[in-house]
Design a protein around this ligand. Sequence first.
Ligand code: NAP
Length: 292
Amino acid sequence: MLLKGKNVIITGAGRGLGKAIAIACAKEGANLGLISRTMGELLNTKKEIEDVGTDIKVIIQTADVSNFQEVSEVLLTFHDELGLFNGVIANAGYSRMWATHEFINEKFAEILNVNVLGVFHTFKAAYPYMKKDDKKDKARFIITGSEAYPNAPPRLTAYVASKFAVVGMQKAMAAEYKRENINFTMVLPTQIDTSLLRGKKAGDGNKPEHVLNPWDLNDYYLFLLSEKANRVDNGLIFTDDFQEVKKILAEAPSEKRENWEAFKDYFEEKAPKSYENVKNLGKLVDFIIARS
Ligand SMILES: NC(=O)c1ccc[n+]([C@@H]2O[C@H](COP(=O)([O-])OP(=O)(O)OC[C@H]3O[C@@H](n4cnc5c(N)ncnc54)[C@H](OP(=O)(O)O)[C@@H]3O)[C@@H](O)[C@H]2O)c1
């Protein structure tokens, strides 16, 4: 098991992406501390994990990530129950869509509070409990960003601002904590079939083809949490590029599919733009190949 005995904290784990990541981590043997504001949804996540039947600890607690006090109290409880954290995933997020000149002021602020301050609060509250004593197995702080960086779709100004902001935060923190054993990375998804994108229709089986399922992203998070990514710091995983990797891998001649070294020139020729974002993450391509 990839994460046996590791302690992983995930915000926004009641549904959508965070729930899928939690189940994937549980299957790989991680103990979990899960946060959202809705206890009923956290209970569902916990039940689905128990149905998988792994022998791990799952602690669920409600907190609003835009409230530092609440996040601190919950992370203290997680530390008391689990011990030091190997990985923390700041995933909780929120969005609303309006023309910028009509955007409701309070909603604009709320989006920034959840998506930007929420990440800051999660890191600040988690930092004392992150396991930073092992150079060969560093602690991981992973932010769920969005393709809104750098694409900046219209009518999503607050969301776009928040997702640009967290890329800056990730880069600044990676530089600031360079001498400590913490890796800072991000997953920047395209559209995913969750309530954030599709409201009540999420999971209805009628998603457009280009929209991914939440679990399609599991490998990216598992890789970043695993020992294989111990030297991956300040890395951005754009899911679009890695979907391209998966597609081209599936069509590639067998000798090109053995590993990144064998695949990279072929991939560069087929998808030169994606290659630029993938070339420093060859270990993730190897991980995808090994798990396929
Ligand atoms: N879906 C997409 O197309 C897409 C694309 C790119 C990036 N993303 C990013 O993926 C991440 C997860 O989103 P999702 O698509 O899985 O959305 P989702 O299905 O709406 O899930 C969001 C999760 O975050 C929690 N949450 C929201 N506000 C919170 C707060 N203030 N405090 C604590 N928890 C909070 C929600 O629970 P409660 O409401 O109960 O608190 C829920 O568990 C977000 O960062 C989002 O920006 C999503």
